[in-house]
Unconditional design. Structure first.
Length: 304
């Protein structure tokens, strides 16, 4: 009887565990891919503890839309943001922009953004998160943008639980309700990385899912022993060994959900032709490994 009682207490404790967002949860390296989805037949779900949001049946629309964390000094005009220490580089089908933040132990604040040659610095920073961010905490924010009106928003940690997406299940997810001057939306945040998994309002018919692709896209400059071209390509691409790599290597191709489409083709010589002619247009990941299955090179390629 005591053992059963103990198990019940542990179960109740697990159900009541509330994920907390802290500054230390942010990753130093991270990349993600965005997908748009139509929300017909789905709802935002309920607020409260231990929710289960099951959106696994939603159909995702692939976009060439990525975010990568980069050093702030790699961003153009970084000197105009002396207090910035956190930068997101966004690539929307070739259109590059940067979101600039200050991250410290008590808050995560937006300082502005860079879009091409346009630099926007907020007169008053926008408070995105405060730490520790706990269940039912409300953040009131008023930010000022030059040459625009002030923007106010209320952010409420209104729910937590399990989020089921078309590409995986995530526990310890925090949902934040965003109440603006003219709209309401929601974001679901992975408390392990403080990264948004899903954002939007189902009542507006469109939301965005985000998939972690860090391990498929990180590519160190020291490993540039291969080149892949043409990129974008209409049908095939050429893998060129630029450093006379003299051991057996193998080429695999994945879609952005991580599904292997081309499995470990052995590359012979300095030039190898890989066909994508039967693939739909979109973004794919090329991975090159050795006989021990160690990753030597990864690269994104676009099929037109």
């Amino acid at each position: 009887m005591k053992r059963i009682t103990l198990l019940l207490l542990l179960l109740v404790s697990a159900l009541q565990a509330q994920p907390i967002l802290n500054a230390s949860n942010f990753p130093t390296e991270f990349s993600k891919m965005g997908y748009r989805a139509n929300t017909a037949g789905f709802s935002n779900g309920s607020a409260g503890a231990n929710q289960i949001w099951d959106f696994s049946a939603m159909i995702l629309e692939q976009r060439n839309y990525t975010m990568t964390l980069i050093p702030i000094t790699s961003m153009p005009f970084h000197e105009l943001f002396p207090s910035a220490n956190f930068c997101e580089k966004w690539n929307d089908n070739g259109l590059i922009s940067y979101s600039v933040y200050n991250l410290n132990s008590t808050s995560f604040e937006s300082l502005g953004y860079v879009d091409g040659n346009t630099v926007v610095q907020y007169t008053d920073t926008a408070l995105i998160l405060q730490f520790p961010y706990t269940y039912n905490t409300i953040i009131y924010d008023l930010s000022n943008i030059p040459d625009e009106t002030s923007h106010s928003q209320i952010r409420t940690y209104d729910a937590y639980g399990t989020l089921i997406t078309p590409f995986g299940t995530f526990t310890d997810v925090v949902r934040v309700k965003l109440e603006g001057e003219q709209s309401i939306s929601y974001i679901w945040i992975d408390s392990n990385t403080n990264q948004i998994l899903l954002g939007g309002n189902f009542e507006n018919n469109v939301v965005y899912f985000f998939k972690d692709i860090t391990n498929l896209t990180v590519n160190s400059s020291e490993s540039q022993i291969f080149s892949i071209y043409p990129n974008p390509t209409q049908n095939d691409f050429i893998l060129h060994n630029t450093n006379n790599f003299n051991t057996d290597v193998f080429v695999s191709v994945y879609d952005i959900l991580g599904k292997e489409l081309v499995s470990s083709i052995k590359a012979n010589g300095n030039f190898n032709n890989i066909s994508l002619k039967d693939f739909s247009p979109g973004l794919y990941i090329v991975k090159i490994t050795n006989e021990e299955n160690q990753v030597l090179h990864t690269e994104k390629i676009i099929k037109k």
